[in-house]
Design a protein around this ligand. Structure first.
Ligand code: GDP
Length: 281
């Protein structure tokens, strides 16, 4: 999905999320486990303000598990409960309801103390930047039983709820927020993981960033994938080596750097270099 984030659109997105927050008990902040900081909205704390929140580190299946664990501890130290999930396979997704119940226990106990015998379902909103997996998670939580409560004619479409078991209701449209574009490195990480379209940034710039990152943090995997005996210091030589080995050549047999860039980024996004995390503590 490509969204043009002009200031007007950002203001509108913020307004829409703020409106939705009035309807819910808890926010599920979805981020990409490979880049838990870079895939956050820069104003998320301000926007969510005092609503209870759980952070969901999605696509954890693609992230470096050791690094994900460090992030979960990091967020815990800031009183933010984070869970690693894989919305595609469903790993970790069941935990969401358990943790949400725990978080909302005080609120629901207060309601019970006021005489409400049966607590209603918890109401939640998923928020996150584009491509982080919001729709995939909604479908996963809804399972086969998508039971929208507002399907009858005349009921406003804007407030449809999806029932997740008996205990949770989810707003069927997630809150879409923008990433932290101003930071160049954040942009490169978003592009490397495929969160933003390749056409937004220069393809070779992204590949240079990705290869330098791999050389620094995952040198053995880089060597193994491209059959390198060592990693050349000079990035152009590295492009040449990969290009020659993988046949990324233009007319006349010279290495085609765009082809190398595409190959490397495709390899990263399809886990040919294993599970990778680009935000590090
Ligand atoms: P949205 O824009 O936030 O609604 O993102 P989508 O739900 O459309 O997901 C974007 C892409 O990420 C899709 O290709 C999904 O299949 C993929 N995706 C979503 N969740 C996961 C996950 O947990 N693991 C993996 N490997 N891919 C995922």
């Amino acid at each position: 999905m490509t969204i043009q984030w002009f200031p007007g659109h950002m203001a509108k997105a913020k307004r829409e999320v703020t409106e939705k927050l009035k309807l819910i008990d808890i926010v599920f902040e979805l981020v990409d486990a490979r880049i838990p900081m870079s895939s956050r909205n820069p104003l998320i704390d301000e926007i969510v303000a005092n609503k209870p929140r759980i952070m969901l580190l999605n696509k954890a299946d693609m992230a470096d598990p050791d690094v994900t664990k460090q992030w979960i501890d990091f967020f815990a130290a800031q009183q933010i409960e984070a869970i690693a999930i894989d919305s595609q396979s469903g790993t970790g997704v069941k935990q969401i309801v358990t943790v949400a119940k725990e978080k909302l226990r005080p609120k629901f106990e207060k309601m019970m103390a006021k005489g409400i015998k049966r607590p209603r379902a918890m109401r939640a909103l998923i928020v996150g930047i584009p491509n982080v997996g919001k729709s995939t998670l909604i479908n996963r939580l809804a399972g086969k039983h998508i039971a929208k409560t507002g399907d009858t004619p005349g009921v406003t479409k804007a407030q449809q709820w999806i029932k997740v078991g008996k205990e949770l209701e989810l707003l069927d449209t997630p809150g879409i927020l923008w990433p932290k574009f101003e930071d160049e490195e954040v942009g490169l990480k978003l592009a490397t993981t495929g969160a933003i379209k390749d056409t937004i940034l220069n393809l070779q710039d992204v590949a240079v960033y990705a290869l330098r990152f791999l050389a620094a943090h995952y040198p053995d995997r880089l060597k193994e994938r491209y059959a390198l005996s060592d990693i050349p210091e000079d990035i152009v030589v590295l492009f040449d080596e990969i290009g020659k080995r993988r046949g990324c050549l233009a007319a006349g047999g010279v290495v085609d750097y765009d082809k190398v860039s595409e190959l490397v980024l495709r390899d990263i996004r399809t886990e040919k270099l294993g599970r990778l995390s680009f935000d590090r503590l």
